[in-house]
Each structure stands twice: as structure tokens, then as C-alpha cells.
Design a protein around this ligand. Structure first.
Ligand SMILES: [Zn+2]
Length: 201
């Protein structure tokens, strides 16, 4: 029974610092006092976690809550090249890249910076790229009820660059299309063209 109680307790900052200290000792193969450069490492690591994982303290519904009247605008709204940093949930190593987020409004538009914040909200968690991609379109679809929405993400994964197959330059692409971008090939082509050749449009 004691084991069950232990599982239900959410670790506090002290527990997390102790865990990092254990990892440091494991890495250094040293059970003694932490050497000078490492003494404050558990605290620094946990505080950097608070920053890296602050997506958990945000919520998409309140983020996208402030909408404006689209005033008849019914074209594509696209924010390209939103750079992001995330952490892969399998290895806890960083992956970084950029996201392109688009939608076609029906009555409601959202402040453009909210699209960048939405990418942050999902990337600043333990993640995989597929889930970030899907979560962003899910939120846009649910809250804005657009004619269509789409997300394309391209990222390099630290867990492939510095360990395992050690490929430095491979880029993983994911995309999720909803509504008119899913149903209508021309709409999807227009979006892809805007993303790939912004100056030709
Ligand atoms: Zn990984």
C-alpha cells in the first residue's frame, strides 16, 4: 500500500533536485561529495526544467480566447517559420525546428502572436513531434472553428544527432491538415506554395 501512496505524490522541487543529484553521481560514477562545478547543478537543472516545461501551466482555450471579428476576410492566415525548442519524451533530449501554422477564418480571427504562443504551449513539454503537430490543429479546429487549418513542422532531433544513428542533418517533417486543407487539393496546394515560396505570392 505504501508503494501506491508513493506513486500518487507529485514530486516537489526538493525531490526533483535529489533525483538530478542521483543522475549526476550515476554519470560521474562517484558516490562521494559533489565536486565544486556540480554542487549547484541539481538546482540549476530543476530551474531550467521549470522554464523548458512551462507548457504544462498554460491552456489553449484561454490562450485563444481573445478573438476578433474577421470582417469578411476569408483567405489563408499563415504564420511561417515559428522556431521552437522541445524535448523528446523518449530520451529527454532537445529537438528544435520551425512550425508553420495556418487557418482560414470563419468570422473569428486570433491575434497572430497567439499562433506562436500555441506552438510554445505544446512544445514546452515532454513531447514527440507528431503530437505537437496534431495538438495545434486540434486546438485551432476546436476553438476557432475555421474553414480549414493546417500545421507543418520540420525539426532536427538531438536524440538522433548525438546518440543512436548519429545523423546531424536529417530533418523530420510532420503535417496535419483539417477542413478545407484536407478535403480540397487546391486549397492545400495554395497553402504549401505560400509556405515554400512566400515571395512569389
Ligand atoms: Zn528521442
Amino acid at each position: 500500500m505504501e508503494g501506491d501512496e508513493k506513486l500518487e505524490k507529485i514530486p516537489d522541487k526538493k525531490d526533483a533536485m535529489d533525483a538530478v543529484e542521483t543522475l549526476v553521481r550515476y554519470i560521474e560514477k562517484d558516490g562521494g561529495e559533489l565536486r565544486e562545478g556540480l554542487v549547484d547543478t541539481p538546482k540549476r537543472v530543476v530551474e531550467s526544467f521549470n522554464e523548458l516545461y512551462n507548457g504544462y501551466s498554460q491552456d489553449a482555450d484561454s490562450l485563444l480566447d481573445a478573438t476578433f471579428n474577421a470582417e469578411g476576410y476569408d483567405g489563408i492566415v499563415l504564420l511561417r517559420d515559428i522556431e521552437f525548442h522541445s524535448t523528446c519524451e523518449h530520451h529527454m533530449l532537445p529537438f528544435t525546428g520551425s512550425a508553420h501554422v495556418a487557418y482560414i477564418p470563419v468570422n473569428k480571427i486570433v491575434g497572430i502572436s497567439k499562433l506562436a504562443r500555441l506552438v510554445e504551449l505544446h512544445s514546452m513539454r515532454l513531447q514527440n513531434q507528431e503530437r505537437i503537430t496534431k495538438s495545434i490543429v486540434d486546438d485551432l479546429e476546436r476553438v476557432l472553428k475555421p474553414l480549414g487549418c493546417g500545421v507543418i513542422i520540420e525539426a532536427k532531433h538531438g536524440c538522433m544527432q548525438c546518440r543512436g544513428v548519429k545523423k546531424q542533418n536529417s530533418i523530420m517533417s510532420t503535417s496535419s491538415m483539417r477542413g478545407v486543407f484536407f478535403d480540397n487539393k487546391e486549397a492545400r496546394m495554395e497553402l504549401l506554395q505560400l509556405i515554400n515560396n512566400p515571395r512569389n505570392n
